[in-house]
Write a protein of this length. Structure first.
Lengths: 376, 577
């Protein structure tokens, strides 16, 4: 039998062994299939960075046709859930108790003021504890007020005396749905879970159970043993990617404007880098607990927090922005968000893909150099 | 003994050290020996002797710090790949994938070893016939008993017949039937197929089954050679002393402190004595304590050699005083167990066992890993609720008053359960607090523990850095801190050297003589002899209950006029099947 034939037989046996283990080990299934589904459902349905149906107290001190008209225009918007209250103390109480997030107050002389040239000031009080929602609420209320004034002016045939009008156009995610932006980024998170965390865990398990020791004394080379792991978890990671993309497109209606094949190629590069990280961790940590800790702190959390998946990198402090350059997921998040929402923008995809390639080579290279067919 | 053929393995001044914490441990220190082909060579020694390190060096998995190791005439470090191609290596815990079935494990190793597909059917059939695993080929390895795993591990290692077979502690915790079967397989491989076997073990009785032994202790080579010849050196120095009218435990303690006696252990009805000089010392025979006793010569065993050698190096062990008042076993049971069952899912780990333990008795639970010993123990300590049955400890029904019962018991678990990163003193302080000791009593108990267990000199050492024997002492000191009436010891002596084991049993004897009831689990057949009464357990059931002599007598047959505890165990298992 030729040595090449023997090598192919060994590799096939090692890959088959990995798959049998994945299928039979509940913890692998949990990390490879249940966690991704959970994250998808959570980010697809649960988490939203948009303000929607914000509870607002509406206080008109002297109800009039105008105040009722403004109230009904607020009610017509899905951004607000309006609860009319009679007096200001009642509204303040509601704000303190947290039943409303904002108060819109129309003073008794609202109608009178409305007819004067300098306009009718309305008072808006917003709960600022959650700064993000507060800013959004304020912005929506300003917009609603502006729209209402404009409509009124149009109806009465008078021009609104605003010197400059701003026309807004929002590109790429015109409805500004945060789901469309979060779900593609999940591909990176899920592949980090499978590529880095799961791989580090299963390799550490082989050390713990003493099975690696037995493998090392067989003719299987270290490269074959590593390649067996890489092939199996590459397939599993690709499965995770396909599942996420399919659910994103068909279940959550996220547009995929770029090329699917380009996405596949970039995802494969990222997966190789993630596998490289997982295997590098397993050369450092030979028990599952430590390997899991390193993988979560070293790969999963950075992918979550520092990749631009949720938090915009450009609004981070400079030092942290600089640090994000060593976070592998950062480059891939940038690619998936571009491919999904904008399209094949080569100026973004190419440099990021190159970074992924370099990092994949780096981590796989470290694994290669660090792994000897020895126990030390 | 060394044949004319070139040795298959030569170790020359082999040295290897590891760094653990702040200590540098010399795992192997200038060890030299050679292994003749076509024989079974045993690497014998307690935990920390350097057996596994030596195995791994042989397999090319470690690089020696100094010295060389040659296998088949090749340097095992430099030519690791070539050497590995003719090696079979079974690491501790057998190197099996627990999520794979027996057949899948075999296929994996056959693929990795490049066994041609055409030859497999025959090879598998041979291996299955040899190991008796044919009915279980589709069972997951993780669902197999220790003995089955051991045999499957061996089959995987043998899937392509190696020239040299390395087995690292293949018999630890495995039931005696599987142990005996393994030895039969090995004998067959060596005589039939001309294979060479290097096997490590902490069981000294297994040395006698090897053609050649290498005796290691703390990284140093103590001796090597034919085990029979080694034991023969002690001919005329080994005795069984019987005194039917006296408490054998008291007799043992008396004998152990007589100058000229290097070893005295309870063995069945008698006390087994090894003397420093040939012949039974006349001084001993004339002692008043020995008036009604009778000493008969017995053949030496391999363990005697080890104890003899160790006691020459060792400093005088701390010998506890014999307690004066001896509350005789008053017959009142302090532990009652009736129809005890513990289920995990549909698996019955403990399946309807009943026994009573009397005050001041040493009661043993003997069985292989997975027999249900530890589960029974956890229920007795109130750590695990019983599925059904009656359980009474120190007069308390554990169903209703587990906490009250726990105040009266001490528990020493199988694993080292003191805090490794606290000092010895901090551990003692902590356990004193945990048992609610305060004021003068607390000071007095901690002082007692340090004095009794000779822990004073390790006062400020971290518990994790202690030598194995001292870790065991600390664990026992903590278990005894509150002066319990009942002491539970879960596999207390696995892995310690025979001297440490003897010292440990000295303490147990002292405790029992002062009225403490001791329950101990073990898979050392030898230790069963030290108990007053014991149960033999297998698959959650009690196979036999009684005094060691009675249990052994039940296995007597024309072919086996003097069965050992192991023979008795095997007969019970076979009768039950």
């Amino acid at each position: 039998m030729s040595s090449r034939h023997g090598s192919a037989m060994r590799l096939k046996a090692l890959v088959r062994k990995e798959f049998l283990q994945i299928v039979r080990d509940p913890s692998s299934i949990a990390i490879a299939f249940l966690m991704p589904l959970f994250l998808l459902l959570l980010f697809g349905y649960g988490v939203s960075l948009d303000a929607d149906h914000v509870p607002v107290a509406f206080v008109a001190e002297q109800p009039s046709a105008d105040s009722r008209d403004f109230e009904s225009s607020l009610r017509g918007s899905h951004y607000f859930a309006v609860s009319p209250l009679r007096t200001m103390p009642e509204a303040e109480q509601a704000l303190r108790e947290g039943t409303v997030n904002a108060i819109v107050r129309l003073r008794a002389n609202f109608t009178e003021q409305l007819r004067r040239a300098d306009g009718a000031p309305i008072q808006v009080i917003v709960n600022g504890v959650d700064a993000n929602t507060a800013r959004l609420t304020l912005g929506y209320l300003e917009g609603a007020w502006g729209n209402w004034l404009a409509r009124r002016a149009e109806a009465s045939g008078r021009a609104l005396n605003v010197p400059v009008q701003m026309e807004q156009r929002i590109w790429f995610n015109s409805e500004m749905k945060s789901r469309d932006f979060l779900v593609p980024g999940l591909v990176a998170i899920i592949m980090t879970l499978i590529g880095a965390l799961l791989t580090a865990l299963v390799m550490a398990r082989e050390w713990e159970r003493g099975t690696l020791e037995a493998l090392l004394v067989t003719p299987a080379s270290m490269s074959e043993i590593l390649l067996g792991k890489i092939v199996a978890y590459f397939v599993l990671g690709t499965g995770g990617m396909l599942l996420t993309v399919a659910l994103a497109v068909w279940q959550f209606g996220v547009p995929l404007r770029g090329s699917f094949w380009l996405l596949w190629v970039c995802a494969s590069l990222f997966l190789l880098a993630a596998l490289g990280m997982g295997l590098t961790i397993s050369t450092l940590a030979r028990n599952q607990f430590v390997a899991g800790q390193i993988a979560i702190v070293g790969t999963f959390l950075p992918a979550f927090l520092l990749s631009g998946f949720i938090f915009d990198i450009d609004s981070m402090p400079l030092a942290i922005q600089a640090f994000t350059h060593v976070v592998v997921a950062r480059y891939f998040v940038s690619i998936v968000q571009t491919l999904f929402l904008a399209g094949d923008v080569w100026a973004i995809v190419l440099p990021n893909a190159l970074a992924l390639l370099l990092m994949a080579l780096f981590f796989l290279g470290v694994t290669w150099r660090k792994s000897r067919k020895r126990l030390e | 003994m060394p044949s004319d053929l070139a040795p298959i393995l030569v170790a020359d001044r082999l040295a290897k050290a590891f760094v653990a914490g702040q200590q540098r441990i010399r795992a192997l220190d200038a060890v030299s020996f050679a292994v003749a082909p076509g024989s079974i060579t045993g690497l014998i020694g307690p935990d920390g002797a350097g057996k596994t390190t030596l195995m791994r060096l042989t397999a090319g998995l470690l690089v020696p710090d100094a010295g060389t190791i040659h296998v088949f005439g090749l340097d095992a470090t430099r030519d690791a790949l070539t050497v590995q191609a003719s090696l079979g290596y079974m690491p501790q815990r057998f190197g099996l994938y627990e999520d794979l079935t027996a057949q899948e494990n075999l296929d994996l190793y056959a693929d990795l070893q490049g066994v041609p597909k055409g030859e497999r059917a025959n090879r598998y059939a041979e291996l299955m016939h040899m190991t008796g695993l044919q009915p279980f080929v589709n069972r997951l390895a993780g669902r197999m008993s220790g003995g089955m795993k051991q045999k499957l591990g061996l089959a995987c290692t043998l899937v392509r017949p190696p020239r040299l077979l390395l087995l690292d502690e293949p018999t630890v915790g495995v039931d005696p039937v599987s142990r005996r079967e393994l030895w039969e397989i090995l004998d067959h491989l060596v005589t039939g197929a001309g294979m060479s076997v290097l096997l490590s073990t902490a069981y000294l009785d297994e040395a006698e089954r090897c053609q050649d032994v290498v005796l290691l202790h703390e990284g140093r080579l103590l001796d090597r050679g034919d085990p029979g010849e080694m034991s023969a050196r002690l001919t005329g120095r080994t005795w069984a002393v019987a005194a039917p009218e006296r408490c054998r435990r008291r007799l043992q303690m008396t004998l152990a402190r007589i100058p000229g006696v290097i070893d005295a252990i309870v063995h069945g009805d008698a006390v087994r004595v090894v003397t420093a000089m040939e012949g039974f010392p006349p001084a001993l025979a004339t002692l008043p304590e020995m008036a009604d006793s009778e000493a008969t010569p017995v053949p030496p065993r391999f363990e005697d050699i080890f104890v003899d050698m160790l006691s020459r190096h060792a400093t005088a062990a701390h010998v506890p005083a014999i307690p004066h008042d001896t509350p005789a076993h008053d017959g009142a049971p302090v532990i009652r167990v009736a129809d005890l069952v513990r289920k995990f899912g549909d698996f019955r780990a403990v399946d309807g066992i009943s026994f009573d333990v009397r005050r001041g008795e040493i009661f043993g639970l003997l069985g292989a890993n997975g027999a249900g010993k530890s589960t029974t123990f956890r229920m007795l300590c109130g750590l695990l609720p019983a599925s059904s049955g009656h359980l009474e400890v120190a007069g308390h029904d554990l169903r209703h008053s587990a906490a009250t019962a726990r105040e009266r018991i001490g528990y020493m678990s199988q694993k080292f359960s003191q805090y490794a990163n606290l000092s010895v003193r901090q551990n003692l302080d902590f356990f004193a607090s945990a048992y609610g000791l305060a004021g003068a009593e607390r000071t007095q108990r901690i002082a007692w523990a340090e004095e009794e267990f000779d822990l004073g000199r390790y006062h400020d050492h971290l518990a994790g850095d202690l030598p194995l024997g001292y870790k065991q002492r600390l664990a026992m000191a903590c278990a005894l801190m509150h002066g319990p009436d009942i002491l539970f010891l879960d596999e207390p002596t696995s892995g310690v050297d025979p001297l440490a084991r003897r010292e440990f049993w000295q303490r147990i004897n002292t405790l029992a003589l002062s009225g403490v009831t001791v329950l101990v689990t073990t898979h050392f057949m030898e230790e069963a002899e030290y108990c007053d009464r014991l149960v033999i357990m297998a698959s959650g059931r009690i196979l036999s209950l009684g005094e060691p002599a009675t249990i052994k007598a039940a296995a007597r047959s024309p072919e086996q006029p003097h069965p050992s505890m192991e023979d008795a165990f095997i007969k019970l298992v076979e009768d039950a099947a």
